[in-house]
Design a protein around this ligand. Structure first.
Ligand code: N2P
Length: 342
C-alpha cells in the first residue's frame, strides 16, 4: 500500500506523466508532414497520435459510431462539417485560444457551411482534377471531362475512391449540377460513369499518386497535392483543369463533441496556423493554403504553381459539394454498383 503511494507520487513528478499529454488527430492520409508534428511535440511535450482515413464518408462513419469519442481533431471537407454540425457531433472551437487565427484569408473564413467558424478552422483547400504522365499522354489533348471516355485510354485511368468527386465527372459530362438531388440525373451520371469503366484501372484514395509514379496508369483523377507530390518523384506530370470546371474543396479542423484533450487540440491547431508551419506543409504536400501570412514564405516558383494555387477562372468555375441529405444514399448505392462492375 505504502509502496504504491510512493510509486504514484514518484510517477506524478516524472517525465513519464508529461509524456502522457497527448492529442489524437484523425486526418486524411499524406496530409501533414510527420516532421511538423515532431516539432510540435518537441516544443510542447504533447504527443500526437495520428490515425488516417481516405474519405469523408469513412471518417464520418467512424466518428458517428463512436459518438465523436476517441479523437480530439478531425479534418472533414466543408460539406461534412455541415453534416457533422447538424448531427451534433462537434463542439465549438474557442477562437480566443487561437492566437494565429488572424493569419487566415478572410475569404476562407465565415463560409456558409459554418458562419463565424464556430466549429471549424480551415486547414487546406484544393481541387480534384486530372493528373497525367505527360510522357505518355499529351496534356493538350485533354480539355474536357468527356475526353477521358476515349477508348484509347483503355485501363489507363485511376479514379479516386470518392463518391462525390467522381460523380462530379459523370454529372458534368451530362451537363448537370454536381449538387443535384434529382434521381433521374443521378442515374444518368451513373450510366455515364459505367461507360467509363473500361478505361478505369483502379479506384484509390490512399496515395493515389503511387500507380501514376509506378507507370501503372497514365491518368489519375485526383487531388492537386497528390499531383504535386508525384512531380517530386517523376519527371513529367501535368495537372489539367477541364473546361467544365472541377471540384473545389476546403478541409477544416473540427473538435468532436466528446474529445478528451480539448486544450491540446486547440494548441495543435494554433501551431499549424503559424505562417511557418503552413509554409512547411505546403512545401511538403502541395495543397493550397488559407493562410495568407504563409504566402510570402514560399519560393516564387511555388507561389506561381497553378496546381497549388488554381488560377482565378478555375476557382470561379469550380464547385464545392454541399451536403445532399437524403440523396446521399442514392449516390452511395450507385457508387457501390459501379465499383462492383454492375
Ligand atoms: C490527401 C487528401 C486530400 C483531401 N490524401 C481531399 N479533401
Amino acid at each position: 500500500m505504502k509502496k504504491g503511494l510512493v510509486l504514484s507520487l514518484l510517477l506524478s513528478f516524472s517525465p513519464l506523466v508529461w509524456a502522457a499529454e497527448k492529442v489524437v488527430l484523425y486526418n486524411w492520409s499524406d496530409y501533414i508532414p510527420d516532421s511538423l508534428l515532431a516539432d510540435f511535440t518537441k516544443e510542447t511535450g504533447i504527443q500526437v497520435e495520428v490515425s488516417t482515413y481516405d474519405s469523408n464518408e469513412t471518417m464520418f462513419a467512424r466518428l458517428n459510431l463512436l459518438g465523436g469519442k476517441g479523437y480530439d481533431l478531425a479534418v472533414p471537407s466543408s460539406f461534412f462539417v455541415e453534416k457533422m454540425i447538424k448531427q451534433h457531433l462537434l463542439q465549438p472551437i474557442d477562437k480566443n485560444k487561437l492566437t494565429q487565427f488572424k493569419n487566415l484569408d478572410p475569404k476562407m473564413t465565415n463560409m456558409s457551411f459554418d458562419p463565424d467558424n464556430q466549429y471549424s478552422v480551415p486547414y487546406l483547400w484544393g481541387t480534384t482534377a486530372i493528373a497525367v504522365n505527360a510522357d505518355e499522354v499529351d496534356p493538350k489533348s485533354i480539355k474536357h471531362w468527356q475526353d477521358l471516355w476515349d477508348p484509347k485510354y483503355k485501363k489507363q485511368i485511376l479514379l479516386l475512391d470518392d463518391v462525390r468527386d467522381i460523380f462530379f465527372m459523370g454529372l458534368k459530362v451530362k451537363g448537370f449540377s454536381d449538387n443535384t438531388t434529382d434521381p433521374k440525373e443521378i442515374e444518368q451520371a451513373y450510366l455515364a460513369l459505367k461507360e467509363l469503366m473500361p478505361n478505369v484501372q483502379t479506384f484509390l484514395s490512399d496515395s493515389p499518386k503511387g500507380p501514376l509514379i509506378q507507370g501503372d496508369v497514365n491518368i489519375a483523377v485526383m487531388w492537386n497535392g497528390e499531383a504535386y507530390m508525384a512531380a517530386k518523384e517523376m519527371d513529367n506530370v501535368a495537372y489539367i483543369y477541364p473546361d467544365e470546371g472541377v471540384t473545389l474543396w476546403v478541409d477544416n479542423f473540427v473538435i468532436p463533441k466528446q474529445a478528451a484533450n480539448v486544450e491540446n487540440a486547440h494548441k495543435l491547431i494554433d501551431f499549424i496556423l503559424r505562417p511557418s508551419s503552413a509554409a512547411t506543409i505546403l512545401k511538403e504536400i502541395g495543397y493550397s493554403t488559407p493562410n495568407l501570412a504563409a504566402i510570402p514564405l514560399l519560393s516564387a516558383e511555388m507561389a506561381k504553381d497553378t496546381s497549388i494555387f488554381p488560377p482565378d477562372p478555375v476557382v470561379k468555375n469550380g464547385s464545392l459539394h454541399s451536403d445532399l441529405g437524403e440523396s446521399n444514399a442514392l449516390y452511395e448505392s450507385y457508387w457501390q454498383k459501379l465499383k462492383a462492375g454492375l
